[in-house]
Design a protein around this ligand. Structure first.
Ligand code: SAH
Ligand code: DHB
Ligand code: MG
Length: 212
């Protein structure tokens, strides 16, 4: 038996039900013209379970959008935890601030408005997990920054490992596809990381930083 849409829907309904706050964030793209590219409920739940497993307190997200993945992760932080999330688009950041309030996690979220490549070098190491989910062209630089910022034993998480199937099309050499390929190659071959891909939605890279 291989997985199919029906089985995925069954598992998602059982394991990743949304409350009203999460459901409303998911409805925003249609209402407010935001891109419809948030993680799915089942992917959100996987992120939450992984953070719970390591007792995460300091988590960094690159690419907030309207806060959908952020709410899943903020709710999974252990006591006193903080999600720092970076967003370049002011309209997305404003929607996310509202969502974090609505979901009751605003006190656990620090939203930094700015471009990731400018913000990341200003952050200090010690993160328990870094979730990379922004623009794809700079992914090699996001990889290096994430590895710098992660503590030993911390989780490197990255969305869109498959990039809608484009990673395996040899004729597709667009800069964003090459960025995804570069990230995947680094994650797969870096001796400091033990990594795999969970084939949920568009592919989620999960790695543990095993050495400095
Ligand atoms: N993690 C979100 C989805 C993020 S979509 C969720 O699952 O709910 C990608 C987001 O990254 C968009 O909101 C986009 O505006 C933002 N982004 C794109 N390039 C960026 C950059 N260079 N720096 C910071 N944010 C960026
Ligand atoms: C795209 C980006 C994402 O982060 C995502 O989850 C889906 C699509 C995109 O750039 O096409
Ligand atoms: Mg994504």
């Amino acid at each position: 038996m291989t997985v199919n849409e029906q089985l995925l829907a069954y598992a998602e309904q059982l394991f990743a039900p949304e409350d009203a706050a999460l459901h409303e964030i998911r409805a925003l793209p249609e209402r407010e013209g935001l891109p419809d590219i948030a993680v799915s409920p089942d992917e959100g739940k996987i992120l939450a379970v992984l953070l719970t497993a390591i007792g995460a307190r300091r988590v960094l997200e690159i690419g907030t959008l309207a806060g959908y993945s952020g709410v899943w992760m903020a709710r999974a932080l252990s006591a006193g935890g903080m999600l720092t999330t970076i967003e370049a688009d002011p309209k997305h950041a404003a929607a996310a601030r509202r969502a974090f309030e609505r979901a009751g996690v605003a006190h656990r979220v620090q939203l930094i408005e700015g471009r990731a490549l400018e913000v990341l070098p200003t952050l200090r190491p010690g993160y328990d997990a870094v979730f990379v989910d922004a623009d794809k062209e700079p992914l090699e630089q996001y990889y290096r920054q994430a590895m710098r910022l992660l503590r030993r034993g911390g989780l490197l998480l990255c969305d869109n490992a498959f990039f809608n199937g484009r990673v395996t099309d040899p004729r597709d050499t667009a800069a964003d596809v090459e960025g995804v390929r570069a990230f995947n190659r680094l994650a797969a071959s870096d001796a400091r990381l033990a990594a795999a891909v969970i084939p949920v939605r568009d592919g989620l890279v999960v790695g543990v930083k095993v050495a400095e």
